[in-house]
Ligand binder design. Structure first.
Ligand code: CMC
Length: 430
């Protein structure tokens, strides 16, 4: 907390308050408005949290104007080049890159918590075959609390860590099970001799009739996508995890709530929506029509994969994914006409004054779907892929929240616009 304060006075009532200025290590300073209402009788009104920091956090930093993303201080470009998803998960949770023995221990712990209970496997049978995998994953993750009720003491740091490991370990198992159930294939057990992403691809695609060779190119591409999606500070789903966490709810309930928030097309659901949109556009020659439609506010259509609440410059993740997209498709020998549509759309939007003026650039979801498609992941699973990766960020924030001593229940206020006080009317007189 800095010494600086900003004094706010209401001239009408002559009530005033001194708002302390809060500064972090990077980023804009903020006013601490905690005493505003008590001192002046005013609240603040900020729908969509355009100017409100809900917490202090040391996990991730974004500079939306400069296009900078740091996990625990490390630039995303460096992590994408040199690290791997599990190491990034360790970094997000623990704050530092692991030494070799620390990583080996973490890898061992995650690998040995990947199984799900047989009775949890049975839950999938209760869904209709065409249930969306996000619905199944949300339900399965929430249900984990029913299996681990002996280790749900959120005041015990060891139990909190165990829950974090379990969530990171079991998400791919649950995700693959949701997919296998939806196509009528037997659910696969995790293979401990494979690393995190290969293990997931094995659970997704192995068939009983023949052995499966996991492509190292596919595993590497998936690992990179997971690194890029692992955390993004106080986005809607992470804020949801923290809000639910602030009530003292168990970690599985918190992460299930995060999955629900991620599902929406304005958030993680955008990657599925991008691919559907590209398929609908169908050909590069139809791009200009799509751009015109996106500019027409009455059309109800937006360019999915474009725009971001924080990035008003290129999303650094999109830059990495764009490059990777060409490389991965080339290495896998996939020729996808949707990539041509995507490139044409990107160019058309970047030249159009509507998108330029509003600083709408491709975001992380714009090219990721094309890569997932090349890896054989079906469109309905795209947001699930995002959820697997983001689980690392969700648990890092949940752990941080519970390590903070002055954590308060999240409880926004409102501007009431309903009817003023009135008397009950007897049914016969309405
Ligand atoms: N296509 C067309 N117009 C857009 C788009 C778009 N994709 N995004 C924003 N706009 C316009 C919007 O209509 C508004 O115009 P005006 O000022 O004339 O009213 C202006 O740009 C500002 O938009 P906003 O909705 O006020 O901005 P926001 O910060 O509240 O929303 C967003 C950010 C990501 C929800 C929005 O850009 C969007 O809906 N994008 C498409 C969905 C998408 O790709 N989401 C993934 C986000 S990145 C990954 C993640 O977070 O999960």
């Amino acid at each position: 907390m800095s010494e600086k304060t900003v004094v706010l006075t209401d001239a009408a009532s002559n009530r005033s308050t001194a708002l302390p200025v809060v500064t972090g290590t990077l980023g804009d300073p903020a006013f601490d408005i905690g005493k505003l209402n008590k001192d002046t009788g005013y609240f603040t009104y900020d729908p969509g949290f355009m100017s409100t920091a809900a917490t202090k956090s040391a996990v991730t930093f974004i500079d939306g104007d400069q296009g900078i993303l740091l996990y625990r201080g490390y630039p995303i470009e460096q992590l994408a080049k040199h690290s791997n998803f599990l190491e990034v998960a360790y970094l997000l949770i623990n704050g530092e890159l692991p030494k070799a023995d620390e990583f080996a221990k973490f890898d061992h712990e995650v690998t040995h918590h990947t199984m799900m209970r047989e009775s949890l496997k049975n839950f999938f049978q209760g869904f209709h075959y065409d249930a969306h995998p996000m619905a199944m994953c949300m339900a399965a993750v929430g249900s984990l609390a029913a299996f681990y009720h002996d280790s749900l003491d959120i005041n015990d740091p060891a139990q909190r860590k165990l829950a974090a490991i379990r969530l990171i370990a079991k998400m791919p198992t649950i995700a693959a099970a949701a997919y296998r159930y939806s196509i009528g294939w037997p659910i696969r057990y995790p293979r401990n001799n494979l690393e995190y992403c290969s293990r997931f691809l094995h659970m997704m695609f192995e068939v009983p009739s023949e052995p499966l060779q996991i492509s190292p190119v596919a595993a590497k591409a998936l690992d990179l996508l997971f690194i890029l999606h692992a955390d993004h500070e106080q986005n809607a789903s992470t804020s949801t995890v923290r809000l639910v966490g602030s009530t003292g709810a168990n970690p599985y309930a918190c992460v299930a709530a995060g999955i629900a928030a991620l599902w929406g097309p304005a958030h993680g659901g955008a990657n599925e929506a991008v691919l559907k949109m590209l398929a609908e556009i169908g050909d590069a020659k139809n791009v200009s029509k799509a751009v015109e439609r996106a500019k027409d506010k009455n059309s109800g259509f937006r360019l999915m994969g474009f725009g971001h609440r924080v990035y008003k410059n290129f999303d650094p993740r999109a830059t990495i994914i764009r490059e990777m997209c060409h490389k991965v498709l080339g290495e896998l020998g996939v020729n996808d006409p949707l990539l041509d549509v995507a490139m044409e759309l990107e160019q058309a939007a970047l030249k159009d004054s509507y998108f330029v003026e509003r600083k709408l650039y491709p975001n992380v979801d714009f090219y990721s779907g094309i890569i997932y498609k090349a890896l054989g992941i079906p469109t309905e699973m795209f947001t699930v892929m995002f959820a697997i990766a983001r689980t690392a960020g969700w648990v890092a924030h949940w752990l941080e929240q519970h390590e903070t001593l002055d954590a308060k229940i999240g409880r926004p206020r409102q501007i009431y616009i309903g009817a003023p006080n009135r008397d009950y009317v007897d049914p016969a007189k309405r």
